[in-house]
Design a protein around this ligand. Structure first.
Ligand code: ISE
Length: 335
C-alpha cells in the first residue's frame, strides 16, 4: 500500500520533494509530476519508474495511481489545485503559503469544512525543524514564564528574479507568522512594517530589507528582520524573551573550526540545505499520517491566519501605517 503521490510544481522546492519522496521517505512513491513546463515534467518523470508527466493538475489528480497530492507550485496556483484535490477527496501537503491572500485562503478553508473532514497539511516546515521543536518544548514546560518578545532574523543570500517587495512579506515573513502563532499560541492582531533604505545589493525597486513588527493577542511583541539579499547565505534565527529567561536558536554552531588565526563555521546557502531534515520529517510525517487515514500538522486555519497577517503586512508596507488583522471566527472544525 505504497502511497502514490502527485507532485504539482517541479521548481526548486517541488524537485527537491520529488527526490525526497523517491530517495528518503518510506511508504510513498512519486506516481505523477505536474508542471506548466511540459519538457521539465517529462524530464523528471522519465527518471522515475511508473511516473507520468502532466501539465494539468486536474488530469494528474484523476489518475488511478494517485492517492495524495503535494502542491509545490507558486502560491497563486494553490487555490485551484487545492479545490481540485478536494473534488477527488485526496489528502494534500500544500507548500506555504496556503494561498497569497486571506479571501482565497478562506475559500479553501470553507471548502474543506464543507468536505467534512481535514484534508490539508500546510507546509510550514519550521514546525518540523529540530531546533524549533526544542524551543517549542521548552516553552511548553512553562519554566521560562510568559513570552514577552520574540526576535526573528530571516535572511536569504539572494532573491530570485521574480521577487517583489510584497513577497518579502507574503512569501518569506509568512514563515514567521506561522512560527509566532505556533510557538506562542497567540493570534497576531496587528502588523507594522518599517523600511530601511534598501541595500545597494538588492535589485532596483525592491524594498529589501524590511523590519516587521507583530502585536499578539497575548500581549507579546514580535519583530522580524527580513533581508532577502544579504549576500552571505541563508539564516533563520529566533530568540524568545520570557519573564524568567530567554532562549535562542539558529546560530548554526554545529561545528566551530579554528584555523590560521580565525575561528568560525559555514553558513547554509539556501532553504533546501538549511531545512533539509525538517522537510524530511515533515514529508515522512505526512505520508505516515495519510497511510493511517489521518491528517496532522499545520491546518488550513493556520494557512488562513497566516495569509490574513501577510495581507495586513503588505498593506502596512505599502501605506506605511499600522494595520490590524481581521480574522473570521475560528470554525469549530479547527478547534
Ligand atoms: C521561500 O519561498 C521560502 O519559503 C524560504 O524559506 C524563504 O526563506 C524565502 O524567503 C522564500 O522566498
Amino acid at each position: 500500500d505504497t502511497l502514490g503521490v502527485a507532485v504539482v510544481g517541479t521548481g526548486k522546492m517541488g524537485a527537491d520533494h520529488v527526490r525526497r519522496i523517491e530517495d528518503v521517505v518510506n511508504g510513498a512513491r512519486v506516481s505523477a509530476v505536474v508542471d506548466v513546463d511540459a519538457e521539465r515534467a517529462k524530464r523528471i518523470a522519465s527518471g522515475i519508474e511508473g511516473c507520468t508527466a502532466y501539465t494539468d493538475p486536474a488530469a494528474a489528480m484523476a489518475a488511478a495511481d494517485v492517492d495524495a497530492v503535494l502542491i509545490a507550485s507558486p502560491g497563486p496556483a494553490h487555490e485551484a489545485a487545492l479545490l481540485t484535490a478536494f473534488e477527488h477527496d485526496l489528502p494534500v501537503l500544500c507548500e506555504k503559503p496556503l494561498t497569497p491572500d486571506a479571501a482565497s485562503a478562506l475559500r479553501v478553508l470553507e471548502a474543506e469544512v464543507r468536505l467534512g473532514h481535514r484534508r490539508v497539511q500546510v507546509g510550514f516546515m519550521r514546525r518540523y525543524d529540530a531546533e524549533y521543536m526544542k524551543l517549542k518544548s521548552l516553552l511548553e514546560t512553562g519554566q521560562l514564564g510568559r513570552p514577552l518578545m520574540l526576535h526573528n532574523r530571516h535572511r536569504n543570500a539572494a532573491s530570485p528574479p521574480f521577487f517583489t517587495s510584497s513577497m518579502l512579506i507574503s512569501d518569506s515573513v509568512a514563515h514567521e507568522t506561522d512560527a509566532t502563532r505556533w510557538l506562542l499560541g497567540h493570534e497576531i492582531t496587528a502588523v507594522h512594517v518599517l523600511r530601511p533604505r534598501p541595500s545597494a545589493s538588492a535589485p532596483d525597486d525592491l524594498q529589501d530589507p524590511q523590519f516587521v513588527v507583530f502585536e499578539t493577542d497575548g500581549g507579546a511583541i514580535v519583530d522580524v528582520e527580513m533581508f532577502v539579499n544579504c549576500g552571505f547565505g541563508y539564516q533563520v534565527q529566533a530568540e524568545i524573551v520570557c519573564e524568567r529567561g530567554t532562549a535562542r536558536i539558529g546560530d548554526g554552531h554545529a561545528m566551530v573550526t579554528n584555523m590560521a588565526g580565525r575561528w568560525g563555521g559555514t553558513i547554509a546557502q539556501d532553504f533546501v540545505e538549511r531545512f533539509a531534515e525538517a522537510y524530511d520529517r515533515e514529508v515522512q510525517t505526512w505520508v505516515d499520517a495519510t497511510r493511517r487515514g489521518e491528517v496532522t500538522g499545520p491546518t488550513a486555519w493556520d494557512g488562513y491566519a497566516s495569509a490574513a497577517v501577510c495581507e495586513a503586512g503588505v498593506r502596512a508596507l505599502e501605506e506605511g501605517v499600522r494595520v490590524e488583522v481581521e480574522l473570521v471566527e475560528r470554525p469549530a472544525f479547527y478547534r
